[in-house]
Each structure stands twice: as structure tokens, then as C-alpha cells.
Design a protein. Structure first.
Length: 287
């Protein structure tokens, strides 16, 4: 059931005295008291400042655009300013190609490292010494180590896998042998496709940066002669685990071209520096 809105109240009928007052003409208003201040002058409607500001902004914008257009016009009409000469001597090229047979000889395989590393990378690995047994680490790998297997040997396999994939890892050649019952040697040649950056050098430097920490070698290592950026390390403390003999370690890291060289020695007795240094120098010569 709908409810009608209340009707507005009707005004009351005026009293008789009010009607008489309305009939009488109104006289002049009484003069204001002497102490009343004069009324303020009536002001007109306020000016609209927004429109004026808009006009000024448009004028400034037109002036800026006109100035830029004028500046480009002036520059287009001017003669070009000659650039200062280069600091190096002017490059010169032969006017005609050299006759056949008079050009420079191509680099030999000994001189061109890319020719050597583009072939079978396994042939550049150190040969297994006589009397040493092949390690189970490479007995079924045919000399190649997949990216997943290489990444598993680091503290964070998933992060290392992603990093090497982003760096365009090409392949990993590996060899491992056991010269004695207590010692194992592992050699890896990690090669990259270096199309945009020097990934092999970056990988080598990152691995070297970890070595001085206490969880790794615990020292800065020694420079590898003839490498330019290689270093070899012997770990200060062995890896001790319950139920196992102490494990001593040594490592060598270097970079040559697009290949990063990574050599490890594991032994249950302390490893002499000359052992890891000799291996690293001989492997570097093969590269």
C-alpha cells in the first residue's frame, strides 16, 4: 500500500491588522543612525581568470612552436659545420684487389685457435697416463658431459643450468682417470657459442671469485704461468664426512678463447701444488 506524500501546509490567513497594514502606502524609509557606516559599493560579477590564463598559455605555446620552427629553418639554410679530424690516421685501402696468390697466407691450425676448437673437442683433452685406470665418472659418457650432468656438480644445479643455458653453452668435453687407488683426476673443457659476449671468460672469472671463501679453497690461489687469467688452488681444509676418509681437493681454472678449462684432483691425502700446476700447464698447452 503506497503512502501519499504529505501536502504542504497552507499559509495562515492574515489578521485584519495585517491587511490594513498592507493596504496603506509605504512611506520613505527611516534615515540610518548617525553612527552607521556607509554601505559598501555594489561590485559587479568576479572576473574569470581561467580564461585569461588559458589565453596566455596558448600564446606562449604558439611562441615556442614558432621559435622551434624558425630555428630549424635557420639551421637548414646554413652550410654544414665540418667535424674535427679524427685522432687516428686516415684508413687506406688498395684501389684494386691483390692478384690471386699474392694475398696473405691463411692461418694454420697451430695459429688459428678457432680451427682447433671447432673440431672434436675431446682430442684436446689430456691423454690418460699409462697405468691409470679410467674413472667411473666418464666410463659411460663417451667423453661428453651433458649440461644437466655438469650443473648437478654445483651447489645450486637449477641456477647453474639456467645460467649456462643463457650463456649459450655449446658442449663439454670431459676425461677422468685414477692414477692410484686413492686419487682421481677430472678434466673438463667447457665451450660456449660466443656470439655476443665472452661467456668462457665470464664463467672462469665467476668460478675463481668463489674460491677464496672458506667454503671453497679458502685462499686466492696462484697464477697459472702462460695463461693470462688462469689460477690453481689447493684447498686449506679437507672435506670430512662421517664414515668416509677425509677428501683433499685441488682445482685449476683458466680460459682460452671460447673454452673454459676446469681441472680437479681428489685425494685422501694432501695434494702438492706442483701436481695441480703441472696438469693445468699441460692442458693449457693443448688448447
Amino acid at each position: 500500500m503506497s503512502t501519499l506524500p504529505p501536502r504542504p501546509a497552507e499559509p495562515p490567513e492574515p489578521a485584519p491588522e495585517a491587511e490594513a497594514a498592507q493596504v496603506l502606502p509605504a512611506g520613505p524609509p527611516p534615515p540610518p543612525p548617525a553612527d552607521t557606516p556607509p554601505a559598501a559599493p555594489v561590485q559587479g560579477p568576479p572576473r574569470r581568470r581561467g580564461r585569461t590564463a588559458l589565453l596566455l598559455a596558448c600564446a606562449a605555446l604558439l611562441g615556442t612552436v614558432g621559435g622551434l620552427a624558425g630555428g630549424y629553418t635557420v639551421q637548414a639554410d646554413r652550410a654544414p659545420t665540418p667535424l674535427p679530424p679524427l685522432s687516428q690516421a686516415e684508413l687506406s685501402y688498395p684501389k684494386k684487389p691483390l692478384p690471386e696468390g699474392e694475398g696473405p697466407e691463411p692461418l694454420t691450425a697451430e695459429e688459428d685457435r678457432r680451427v682447433r676448437t671447432d673440431g672434436d673437442l675431446r682430442k684436446l683433452l689430456l691423454d690418460r697416463p699409462k697405468g691409470a685406470r679410467e674413472s667411473e665418472m666418464t666410463s659411460e659418457s663417451d667423453g661428453w658431459l651433458p649440461l644437466s650432468g655438469y650443473a648437478q656438480q654445483f651447489e645450486s644445479p637449477s641456477r647453474m643450468f639456467t645460467y649456462l643455458a643463457d650463456e649459450n653453452l655449446r658442449r663439454i668435453a670431459t676425461a677422468a682417470w685414477r692414477p692410484s687407488a686413492r686419487r682421481t683426476v677430472s678434466v673438463r673443457l667447457v665451450q660456449f657459442r660466443e656470439e655476443k659476449r665472452r661467456s668462457a671468460l665470464d664463467h672462469a672469472e665467476k668460478q675463481q671469485s668463489y674460491m677464496p671463501s672458506d667454503s671453497h679453497a679458502g685462499n686466492d690461489g696462484s697464477a697459472l704461468k702462460g695463461s693470462g687469467n688462469g689460477r690453481y688452488y689447493t684447498f686449506d681444509r679437507p672435506d670430512r664426512r662421517p664414515g668416509y676418509l677425509p677428501m683433499y681437493r685441488a682445482r685449476a681454472i683458466a680460459q682460452r678463447g671460447d673454452v673454459m678449462m676446469d681441472i680437479w684432483i681428489y685425494d685422501t691425502k694432501p695434494i702438492a701444488e706442483r701436481d695441480i700446476r703441472s696438469l693445468a700447464e699441460r692442458q693449457l698447452e693443448r688448447l
